[in-house]
Design a protein around this ligand. Sequence first.
Ligand code: PEP
Length: 249
Amino acid sequence: MRRKIVAGNWKMYGSRSMASDLAGAIAANMPAEIDIAVFPPLPYIAGLRAQLFGSGLQFGAQDLSEREGQGAFTGDVSAAMLVDVGANYVLVGHSERRKYHGESNECVARKFAAARAAGLTPILCVGETRQQRDSGETEAIIGQQLDAVLKLNGIASFDTALIGYEPVWAIGSGETATPQQAQDVHAFIRSKLEKEDISIARRTRLLYGGSVTTSNVAKLLAQADIDGGLVGGAALTAIDFLEICAAAQ
Ligand code: PEP
């Protein structure tokens, strides 16, 4: 049985006081039966962690440096620093990082490695564009995204990693994948992992992300291979995010 998880990606939204109110409301009202994590903008993680220490709410970062250790890498934040401020998870390869920062599959694979080396749990984000889906390339694209990470890190690395399937056309667009479309891709991802190691494949939690809302979450999470939600816009309102968490129980 895979424990359900709901992750809220706040992207570059909010302020210190908004983050404190939002995380405080989530921590005070969240169900205990599932894992719940929020991914605030980086400057707010340490303060929120101090505010809510012991509440059970988990924290993640939206990105990290691919470089391990310390060094003259202005603007980079290492995995060890994220652990130091209380992060448990980190997103790697979110489509907005791939698009706006040119992150290649190989760069994402190095970030995945850096996260694991420091004890962070990476959530590897994969997904196809609308054009790639329309031309029948969905599985090929997601296969390449997974293969790059598997090549560098090996299947054993997925014992402490999650995968988020986020179709690029569904992110922030209001157009959600149908439960069947999402399930089909999740089943493809799991079957790819199964070819490497059946027991790891069966344990690995696969999240769906892309315009998840209070009205579509139940049907998405009822699918056999969908183990949680990666939520963007709806994670910025405590009442909506908590309703999504309640539906995931
Ligand atoms: C995301 O950015 O990870 C995301 C899923 O966003 P949204 O829910 O707004 O589509």
